[in-house]
Design a protein around this ligand. Structure first.
Ligand SMILES: Cc1cc2nc3c(=O)[nH]c(=O)nc-3n(C[C@H](O)[C@H](O)[C@H](O)COP(=O)(O)OP(=O)(O)OC[C@H]3O[C@@H](n4cnc5c(N)ncnc54)[C@H](O)[C@@H]3O)c2cc1C
Length: 393
């Protein structure tokens, strides 16, 4: 029996930094997005409103944006960084501008990622930086490279420029010894991302885990990919660093596979995803001397599994190669309790101009509908805390 108790039902700790008014607002918002129908209607309306340039920014900013994002700029995120830091939770500043395709935007996104790396280096409350390759490279080019297709001359130039941007970011992070995550994206652009991430790991993870690739266990082939990545790192003498996630593009992946008539790369069931995710955790822990890993999840069972294995193997809670991470606005019960028990835990805090974070917010809203399962749990916890504080709802 361990000498500590991870009580993930401890809502007093989980919501300790939320005022009554904030908690009530959170409750109302999560109740709204619990309904798939309302979520679909409101996401469509929001997209249309932004396209028509209707003045919805302030409404979105006051509601769903504040729930899931830290602000529009790094400066606006400072209060959140401090708040989370007080609970022993790190912040990962995630510049969430998606779906752009102009070179000028790629360059300005690269510069913003630089700023997050610089900010992270300044204090221990910001332990990692993160970026998406699609934020600094054209998706069409990533898709063609992943499919092994020949690039046209201008595409070849764009690919070279994209590789140079990734290299510059990683070189800069390495010069500061500042770890950086590379997010995983849709399967049809992921091979290009993996090849870049592997190259960067090989270059910069010789002494410390600086570059982290991301592995999505909702893909049938990823547990094998993890093991192959480990073998390669061992043979070539660098530290494998990975963020393990289940995967965020389930519907899109399945729809495309059906439309284009190829076998879906996604696991047949949620149970199969869960099994591979937990197997990946166990594999990384078995190899913790030469693998650094992040359990990027809101799944309580997976989090508990990892904490129990850490206890069983008598590994210190804050072992530098073992990290937990959740998204801002979700599963505070896990993050706050892990922080209280001295595990390395951090939260992705997305930021950026409100209208550019819409794709991210839509993914969060969809993930939080009752269909995906997480929502009722989130609502139950808020309800429990409202009740504990004797607040009406
Ligand atoms: C810190 C952090 C970083 C992240 N980074 C990335 C990233 O780089 N790339 C990325 O794609 N996602 C990323 N995510 C999102 C992540 O992939 C999941 O979408 C999200 O965390 C929900 O999964 P879960 O493990 O938290 O919990 P759960 O609620 O237990 O699992 C839900 C997930 O299970 C899978 N699933 C659900 N139903 C089925 C089904 N019928 N069949 C098969 N699988 C199913 C899906 O992946 C779904 O998202 C990140 C999440 C976190 C917390």
């Amino acid at each position: 029996m361990s000498d500590y108790d991870l009580n993930f039902e401890d809502t007093a700790t989980a919501f300790s930094d939320k005022s009554n008014a904030e908690l009530k607002r959170k409750y109302q918002l999560f109740r709204l997005i619990n309904s798939p129908l309302l979520t679909n209607i409101s996401t469509k309306l929001t997209e249309i409103a932004f396209r028509l340039r209707l003045p919805v920014k302030s409404l979105v900013k006051k509601t769903i944006f504040t729930q899931f994002c830290g602000g529009e700029t790094i400066e606006e995120c400072e209060a959140t960084i401090r708040e989370l830091g007080k609970a022993n939770i790190g912040t990962i500043l995630d510049y969430s501008v998606e779906g752009k395709s102009e070179t000028a935007v790629f360059e300005s996104t690269k510069n913003e990622i630089y700023r997050t790396v610089t900010r992270a280096k300044k204090d221990l409350n910001v332990p990692f930086a993160v970026f998406k390759v699609s934020g600094i490279a054209p998706v069409e080019v990533l898709e063609k490279v992943s499919a092994g297709k020949k690039l046209l001359k201008n595409e070849a130039t764009e690919w070279e420029n994209a590789k140079a941007r990734v290299l510059e970011i990683c070189e800069y992070a390495h010069s500061l010894e500042q770890p950086v995550f590379i997010d995983a994206e849709e399967s049809w652009i992921q091979d290009a991302i993996d090849s870049l991430a592997m190259e960067m790991m090989e270059k910069f993870n010789r002494e410390h885990p600086i570059i982290f690739n991301t592995i999505q266990l909702y893909r049938r082939d990823r547990l094998d990919f993890l093991k192959e990545s480990h073998k390669k790192a061992q043979t070539e003498n660098y530290i494998l660093a990975v963020k393990l996630v289940r995967g965020a593009y389930l519907e899109k992946e399945r729809e495309r596979a059906e439309e284009m008539d190829y076998p879906s790369p996604i696991q047949p069931t949620k149970e199969a995803t869960d099994r591979d995710f937990d197997a990946a955790i166990e594999f990384c822990l078995e190899n913790v001397e030469n693998v650094a890993f992040v359990a990027g999840t809101h799944n309580e069972k997976s989090v508990r599994l990892l904490t129990e294995l850490i206890e069983k193997k008598r590994i210190p809670h804050n072992h530098p190669h073992i990290l937990f991470s959740q998204l801002y606005g979700m599963s505070d019960n896990l993050s706050y309790i892990l922080g209280k028990n001295n595990f390395n835990v951090s939260k992705y805090v997305p930021y950026g101009p409100v209208k550019d974070t819409i794709p991210y917010l839509i993914r969060r809203a969809k993930e939080n509908t009752s269909v995906m399962g997480q929502m009722s749990r989130e609502l139950d916890l808020i309800r429990k805390e409202l009740k504990r504080r004797r607040l009406e709802h």
